[in-house]
Design a protein. Structure first.
Length: 612
């Protein structure tokens, strides 16, 4: 079955590539043949195959209809062994500790409602290196431990030197404390998981001793801006189908996304040691996209690595604006391009090598599309061609195809590949009843349509960010590992302009080049150039909470957790609000006490009180 799934997906991508090659050859060669035509045909074939490969994952997932294993287990799972313990690891790096620790408190509470909470410990692994945040972490951990330490063991450890970033942080914990735990549940600072889900994951590991890693599909929650809500809707509505297709294609050589997953400590410790790559960053040094490498190393050692998108109760928070999204994407780009040095590592399975190539292609696609755009604009002017009405001797004449028809044919083909799977997901939701969780089929269709329009505007902007990232990395520029600002939303127009002025100039250059070199293509390149020209404005507008509220008001991007928030989400929000309210009250009390003790002069005291 696994072979059939892989064969169908690869065959689908290959067929689309062949069709794109043939179609583009007929279009581009109709008015003569030149070297840019061959370049465009090659670029279109590669990028079309890549789009088709992603579409095949979604289409494959449409035919998967597995129930939630928490509610409908295929077979009873064994109880957790008394002798086996699980550590829930929460790596943090210059995060807001009140928010992160409220997530921990909520998970402690949720676990306390199960009958297996005694089997779990929480370990907050800090790599924070900013002195002010270090102090806050210590203060908030004391509060966390005082309020919730009676329900679970909660530990805090901060490294002075954060060698290896997150992967090194976890490796250090395994080296010093891993022997005490049979399993490790690895989270991010913004992860949130139901207690029932945490218990189920351990039971799955207990039921199958061959599983080295079990990955869940985290659902994005709590988005407040237009951009964040669009990402949240896509992650909740489209991603399950893509993940089901991925699961059926990868089988027991599945992915690791670095968080919201459980690993068998022994398997991870003996298989996943990550050496520093020779040379300097960006291609040398510590491996940034360590998760895919760790999954490949587990597979190499014979362990089963699976993703189960049907496991519910696994959540995360996403970026709320394009700038933060692009910063995170820049780090992923560098990490994935590092994999060019690992594709040929000894002992890896063929599929794991192919997975590395997919990750590389994810960031190579944008520069390839950029080259296709450039070649399409230059083609009418760089090479003079003579129309050949009889390219095939002895056959009927072939009349030249207009530039407008060329552009229309290509755009329609690409759009079908891009948006077709999304509308098929809406159809599946209608047939299965899943659309009810998203407000019904009409609401889901409306949200899908708005998301397609927005992603079509967002794509040309991300094309530029990814292309620049790719060029910076191949030229030797290290992007590092910037801390995530998980509370960031509104981006001012000045900040947007400073971050994207060069994208606006690129859009202007595209329009100018079309106007002077290929005026017949002006209208067809407007969907690419106009969003780029307006990039600063789009970045700012879509980062505001007011546009997020507008999307909600018009019925767009609604997700199940907004209609019916999960219990753990409500608990976490309540804890966070109480903590922050108490902190504000405490600060106000301290300030008042300081004012009242500034000297014994009555006039000074009266003046201070009046001032307040």
């Amino acid at each position: 079955m696994l072979f059939i799934s892989r064969f169908i997906s690869l065959a689908y991508a290959l067929i689309i590539a062949i069709a794109a090659t043939r179609l583009s050859a007929e279009v581009f060669f109709a008015d003569g043949i030149d070297f840019l035509d061959y370049i465009r045909i090659f670029l279109l074939a590669i990028t079309s195959a890549w789009i088709a490969w992603g579409g095949s994952m979604a289409i494959g997932g449409l035919f998967s209809d597995r129930p939630d294993p928490l509610k409908n287990p295929e077979q009873p799972l064994p109880p957790i062994s008394e002798a086996r313990r699980t550590a829930i690891l929460v790596p943090v790096y210059n995060e807001d500790p009140s928010r992160t620790f409220s997530h921990v408190a909520a998970m402690v509470h949720s676990l306390s409602l199960t009958n297996a909470s005694d089997h779990f410990d929480f370990a907050i692994l800090s790599d924070t290196n900013k002195s002010d945040i270090i102090s806050l972490e210590e203060e908030w951990f004391e509060k966390l431990a005082n309020e919730w330490g009676d329900k679970s063991n909660i530990f805090y450890r901060r490294r002075e030197v954060n060698t290896g970033k997150k992967a090194g942080n976890i490796e250090d914990f395994i080296r010093t404390s891993g022997a005490a735990y049979e399993y490790l549940i690895i989270l991010d600072a913004d992860s949130l998981m139901e207690g029932e889900t945490l218990v189920h994951m351990v039971q799955r590991m207990e039921a199958n001793e061959n599983i080295g890693l079990l990955q869940t599909l985290p659902k994005v929650i709590r988005a407040r801006t237009w951009f964040g809500r669009a990402i949240q809707f896509a992650a909740n509505y489209f991603s399950p189908s893509f993940a089901r297709g991925l699961a059926s294609t990868q089988g027991e050589e599945g992915p690791f996304w670095g968080h919201n997953a459980i690993v068998r400590t022994h398997a991870f410790a003996t298989s996943c040691g990550l050496p520093a790559l020779k040379g300097k960053p960006p291609f040398g040094g510590h491996i940034l996209s360590h998760d895919y490498v760790e999954a490949a190393l587990l597979s190499r050692a014979g362990w089963t690595v699976i993703v189960d998108p049907e496991i519910q109760g696994s959540f995360e928070e996403g970026p709320e604006n394009i700038i933060d999204f692009a910063k995170r994407d820049r780090r992923w780009c560098q990490g994935n391009l590092q994999h060019t040095r690992l594709v040929g590592a000894p002992g890896l399975t063929l599929w794991c090598r192919f997975t590395f190539m997919q990750g590389i292609m994810a960031y190579l696609a944008s520069p390839l599309w950029a080259l296709f755009i450039i070649a399409s604009i230059l083609a009418p002017t760089l090479v003079e061609t003579t129309t050949n009405y009889f390219p095939n001797p002895g056959q009927r004449p072939v009349f030249p195809v207009s530039a407008e028809t060329q552009a229309l044919t290509l755009i329609i083909g690409v759009l079908v590949l891009l948006i077709g799977p999304k509308f098929l997901i809406v159809l599946r939701g209608l047939l299965t009843g899943e659309n009810k969780d998203f407000g019904g089929t009409l609401t889901a269709l409306w949200s899908t349509t708005i998301e397609i329009i927005w992603s079509s505007m967002f794509a040309p902007i991300m094309l530029m960010f990814q292309t620049r990232a790719f060029l910076e990395i191949v030229s030797g520029r290290d992007g590092g590992w910037p801390a995530s600002n998980r509370d960031a939303d509104t981006v001012g127009l000045k900040e947007s302009f400073l971050a994207s002025w060069w994208i606006s100039l690129t859009g202007i250059a595209i329009m100018a080049a079309c106007w002077f070199l290929a005026p017949q293509l002006v209208y067809w390149f407007m969907p690419i150039a106009i969003p780029q020209i307006l990039a600063p404005v789009l970045i700012t507008i879509t980062s505001t909470r007011s546009t997020g509220k507008f999307a909600s008001a018009v019925g767009a991007f609604w997700t199940p957790t907004e209609y019916a928030p999960m219990h753990i989400m409500q608990i976490q929000e309540t804890i966070l609000q109480q903590w922050r309210a108490n902190a504000i009250l405490s600060d106000a009390t301290d300030a008042k006490q300081n004012d009242s003790t500034q000297g014994s002069d009555p006039d000074h005291s009266i003046d201070s009180t009046t001032h307040a």
